[in-house]
Design a protein around this ligand. Structure first.
Ligand code: MD3
Ligand code: FE
Length: 203
């Protein structure tokens, strides 16, 4: 089941469902090596979403700004390698949406608990906006906010469930987007959390 969301954005409902156990296990291994943490914005506020990364590059925020870098600032070591199941799924999802040969060099792992939100933003720290971003939702359901190309546009609400995959490319690549506060609940496998993976070509 493939739903076009907007120009260049494709929602692949349940695309990762059969692999969700393997994906979550791999995410837990990444988190064991590079713990989830609340990064600080340049303005000095801790982000509500807890984050970590795997792959050659990882997204970081601190008082100096936002950027991708090859090392985890907590350890000074390289980020964990991107698990094979991550890389394979991202490539298959991108191809299903019409982007052949997607080879992400960064995977941002986001963890939400009930009440956590992500305010409207654009993803502009990557070098090549021609490459798509692939996102995989695991655990508790969320309401994704799809805001259009201007911050002032009233966002559309798109429910995202465990195993849903979205591919954002072309004209959708620079839309404003966010996540509404996560509702309370318990997921049978992940418990009281939502884990989102975003695969990017950052460098
Ligand atoms: C549309 N994450 O990590 S995933 C992010 O659910 C982020 O954790 C949200 O926004 C989450 O930056 C949303 C869907 C998503 C990710 C990146 C996009 C949608 C996007 C980049 C451009 C346009
Ligand atoms: Fe984003």
């Amino acid at each position: 089941p493939q739903e076009p969301l907007g120009d260049g954005a494709v929602l692949l409902r349940g695309f990762a469902r059969d692999e969700s156990e393997a994906l979550f296990a791999a995410a837990q291994a990444v988190i064991a090596e590079a713990p989830l943490r609340h990064m600080v914005t340049p303005g000095g506020l801790a982000m509500a979403v807890a984050m970590t990364n795997c792959g050659p590059l990882g997204w970081v925020s601190d008082r100096r700004g936002y950027r991708y870098q090859g090392t985890d600032p907590l350890s000074g070591h390289a980020w964990p390698a991107m698990p094979g199941v991550f890389r394979a799924l991202a490539g298959r999802a991108a191809a299903a949406a019409g982007f052949e040969g997607f080879e992400p060099d960064a995977c941002l792992v986001n963890r939400y608990v009930p009440g956590t939100r992500l305010s409207l933003h654009q993803d502009r720290d990557e070098s090549d906006y021609g490459a798509p971003i692939v996102s995989v939702s695991l655990g508790l359901p969320a309401v994704f906010l799809w805001g259009g190309t201007k911050r002032a546009n009233r966002p559309h609400r798109v429910p995202l469930d465990h195993g849903d995959v979205v591919v954002w490319g072309g004209p959708s690549r620079l839309v404003f987007h966010g996540v509404a506060p996560l509702a309370p609940g318990e997921h049978e496998r992940l418990g009281t959390q939502r884990v989102n993976l975003t695969f990017r070509k950052a460098g």
